[in-house]
Design a binder for this molecule. Structure first.
Ligand code: PHE
Length: 339
């Protein structure tokens, strides 16, 4: 009988269970009414009196051990099952790191949004362009000094293929495709061969607008730009137009807004003038309309163009242009709440 008890003890010590059902089966096998332990109890009656003490202790030891071992197995199986329940492999990993829109995208969208409320539709074009769409169709003569205004990047294999230096190329592409009325807003990246510094970069972003129809006047241009300035910088914003020169517009102007940082009283941003320049504009030169297949005796147009970086600097006072392309998340995260 001692041998039998020892054998059962060994068995109990090496029990394993994979599930709650296994544990229950073991409990029934060892500890139930008809289980191994009770079986031994029943046989105990036949044990000679002088052996009863030792055998009794051994049976108790077995019973305790079996009870402990089965409880251990029950715990182990329970923890395993809860852990497995908690792992949902289809769940999105938390925390979800939310990205932010780039400040230039926020401002570009805002500009496009203002003009689309005024009836302008979006037009886009390629960044790698040909000379015709960037310069020739825009009235830059081959030896026109204005061509030197743009420090162009050429694609070496093809002297005719360049990176666009302004988005006026999209105006050209729109006019060659479509007869008036034309009212488009053209946002996009442009390239100029400039040394990179806090104030200049070899690429930046523009938004240009073009309106061609019968009876379009400078007055219309001025009113639309005033509305834009007030939507963008607040309703107290004032504008002023100064005569300027662009090959594709005549007359041409540059537009200033009352400095939105000091409110026009003078600060270092506006160099104490109270005004900051934000865009170029003018009436489309009839030669540009003709070059793009539009009858200049019937139609007239205005155009304007602005740098998105400049508008963004005015809105958010970003001091160094390079921050826009460095992708430093500490900078980008500052715009989380903006849109
Ligand atoms: N294309 C001009 C520039 O790049 C901006 C402009 C557009 C000026 C339309 C007048 C009219 O500087």
């Amino acid at each position: 009988m001692l041998d039998k008890i020892q054998q059962l003890l060994n068995e109990v010590n090496s029990l394993t269970a994979a599930s709650a059902d296994d544990v229950e089966a073991l409990r029934i096998r060892y500890l139930s009414k008809k289980g191994e332990v009770n079986q031994l109890m029943a046989d105990f009656r036949t044990v000679p009196a002088e052996m009863k003490k030792e055998i009794g202790m051994r049976i108790n030891e077995l019973k305790t051990r079996a009870t402990e071992r089965i409880a251990e197995l029950r715990d182990a199986v329970a923890t395993k099952e809860t852990a497995a329940d908690d792992v949902d492999l289809t769940r999105t990993p938390y925390p979800i790191a939310l990205g932010t829109r780039h400040p230039l995208t926020i401002v570009r969208n805002e500009i496009v949004d203002i003009f689309s409320r005024l009836g302008f539709t979006l037009a886009e074009g390629p960044e790698v362009e040909d000379d015709w769409h960037v310069y020739s169709s825009m009235n830059f003569a081959d030896d026109h000094p204005a061509r030197d205004m743009q420090d162009t990047f050429f694609v070496e294999a093809h002297p005719d293929i360049i990176l666009r230096s302004h988005t006026s190329s999209v105006q050209a592409r729109t006019m060659e495709r479509q007869q008036p009325p034309i009212r488009v807003i053209c946002p996009g990246r442009v390239y100029r061969n400039e040394a990179i510094s806090a104030r200049a970069h070899c690429f930046f972003h523009q938004v240009e607008g073009l309106y061609v129809d019968r009876d379009v006047s400078f007055k219309d241009l001025k009113q639309v730009l005033l509305l834009f300035a007030q939507e963008m910088f607040g309703k107290d914003t004032r504008i002023r137009l100064r005569p300027s020169y662009f090959p594709f517009t005549e007359p041409s102007a540059e537009m200033d807004i009352s400095c939105n940082i000091c409110g026009g009283t003078g600060c270092s941003f506006c160099k104490h003038t109270g005004w900051v320049e934000i865009l170029g504009c003018g009436m489309v030169d009839p030669a540009v309309l003709e070059a793009n297949g539009i009858d200049s005796s019937v139609y007239r147009g205005y155009a304007f163009g602005m740098g998105v970086e400049r508008i963004t600097n005015l809105k958010y006072q970003v001091k160094d242009l390079r921050m826009f392309s460095e992708n430093d998340v500490r900078f980008l995260e500052e715009f989380t709440a903006a849109h």
